[in-house]
Design a binder for this molecule. Sequence first.
Ligand SMILES: *[C@@H]1O[C@H](CO)[C@@H](O)[C@H](O)[C@H]1NC(C)=O
Ligand SMILES: *[C@@H]1O[C@H](CO)[C@@H](O)[C@H](O)[C@H]1NC(C)=O
Ligand SMILES: *[C@@H]1O[C@H](CO)[C@@H](O)[C@H](O)[C@H]1NC(C)=O
Ligand SMILES: *[C@@H]1O[C@H](CO)[C@@H](O)[C@H](O)[C@H]1NC(C)=O
Ligand SMILES: *[C@@H]1O[C@H](CO)[C@@H](O)[C@H](O)[C@H]1NC(C)=O
Ligand SMILES: *[C@@H]1O[C@H](CO)[C@@H](O)[C@H](O)[C@H]1NC(C)=O
Ligand SMILES: *[C@@H]1O[C@H](CO)[C@@H](O)[C@H](O)[C@H]1NC(C)=O
Ligand SMILES: *[C@@H]1O[C@H](CO)[C@@H](O)[C@H](O)[C@H]1NC(C)=O
Length: 377
Amino acid sequence: MRRFSRLRALIALVLAAVCVVELLLVAFAGSKETNKDLLQEETLVGAGSRSKTLKPQHGTTHAPTNNQTESEGGARSNDTSSYNLEEVIANLSKPWAVNETRKAGIRRKFNSVLNATEFTVLTKNFAVLGQNLTFAINPSVVHNLTDEVYRMLPEQSPFTTSKLKRCSVVGNGGILASSYCGKEIDSSDFVFRCNTPPLKGYQKHAGTKSNLTSINPGGVIDIKYRRLRDIGYRNRFLRDMKAYGDLLIPVYGVNMNAYRTSMLALRLLRQKDSTTRGLIINPDHFRGLQDMWREMGLQSRMTTGFYLASVALSVCDSTDLYGFWPFAKGPNHRPVTYHYYDRLKISKGVHNFNWEFDVLYRLHMSGVLKMHAGPCT
Ligand SMILES: *[C@@H]1O[C@H](CO)[C@@H](O)[C@H](O)[C@H]1NC(C)=O
Ligand SMILES: *[C@@H]1O[C@H](CO)[C@@H](O)[C@H](O)[C@H]1NC(C)=O
Ligand SMILES: *[C@@H]1O[C@H](CO)[C@@H](O)[C@H](O)[C@H]1NC(C)=O
Ligand SMILES: *[C@@H]1O[C@H](CO)[C@@H](O)[C@H](O)[C@H]1NC(C)=O
Ligand SMILES: *[C@@H]1O[C@H](CO)[C@@H](O)[C@H](O)[C@H]1NC(C)=O
Ligand SMILES: *[C@@H]1O[C@H](CO)[C@@H](O)[C@H](O)[C@H]1NC(C)=O
Ligand SMILES: *[C@@H]1O[C@H](CO)[C@@H](O)[C@H](O)[C@H]1NC(C)=O
Ligand SMILES: *[C@@H]1O[C@H](CO)[C@@H](O)[C@H](O)[C@H]1NC(C)=O
């Protein structure tokens, strides 16, 4: 029995860890040539920024399959042969300058999907009672916006109430451990985090400021908090969630199970003694962004980290990324764990971290966002 619960705890860690809206695998029948389109996307990366050495490993890192399998190192392969990581690291530590023209072009492009300021989360301002919402990851599931949910919605988007200057998006990559980036992260105006990661004990490297943090209903609420089944888990949940600012919940994500779990959490967060606000991801916006990336070559499910980076680019004056590093080796050939807070080596095969990293790296190189890999000073 004890061994069983340990196993469940481990599974919880694995699930919580993958920075994902955790849901069914939607296999995407795309073609490899789509990556070329990305290169031709003038506003996105600009001509000539593509390096020959940095190449996403479509074959080895994530071949979209219909059978979702746990693959050891699947998305995070040891095989970095097509990456010249030393050069990437060296380039990332060079002085960086923003290119305002490109940044504005990207922001326009992202906001043309749906205006992220208004539509990232559902608000009373635009949501309509009874409207049908198509789930973000599994569009065959549709559910109407009930009276109960409607009453939980904020009047306004969290992004309309204040103009966001410098935003940081903090991924959970092991590259953050020993980064000493905590102070720098905390000096941002707005901090996005993924999947309610542990913060206590990691302040020096990961910081503590948190304004909007995604949570994974299947991995975290169902498993870590045992579906909030008793007062003990409920209190622990409410206590723990205080650290994360607003919680970003994929209520309309993958299926009705995750919906029901999300609703349990939302109801709890509405209780008098709760200080945390639950916000609901607008599934149309999530899907719109994912479709946009798929047109540009993403062949697997968008990670939450990548989604949050896209949101930040849409709503913030400037965007800094920390903890985005899908490789097993970092600066000075130092081994890098999957997360900054545990020793996990495995990851789920539903994502293509390398493809996403490649895009983010190119956005760094073209002056759109700043990615941090080395230690902060
Ligand atoms: C590093 O930067 C240089 C100069 O901008 C560029 O020529 C080279 O392709 C970059 N290397 C990688 C791996 O991106
Ligand atoms: C998918 O399933 C087939 C048959 O069940 C198996 O042969 C194949 O190896 C699986 N693919 C992956 C990536 O696990
Ligand atoms: C990755 O590297 C580790 C240690 O360097 C090794 O034990 C493991 O077998 C490697 N995995 C693969 C898939 O090559
Ligand atoms: C900034 O980006 C624009 C558009 O891609 C480009 O034409 C311009 O040369 C870039 N400026 C600098 C300083 O790199
Ligand atoms: C998005 O909406 C905000 C608030 O209504 C507005 O200020 C902004 O100009 C809009 N952005 C775009 C790109 O349309
Ligand atoms: C929602 O979908 C159901 C089932 O397809 C349909 O009967 C209903 O009219 C739709 N409601 C709205 C508001 O579109
Ligand atoms: C909303 O969906 C529920 C559950 O499927 C259904 O019972 C209810 O009639 C629907 N309400 C509207 C207004 O469509
Ligand atoms: C972000 O969160 C911090 C607390 O972690 C808070 O002090 C700050 O006002 C928030 N910033 C915005 C723009 O809401």
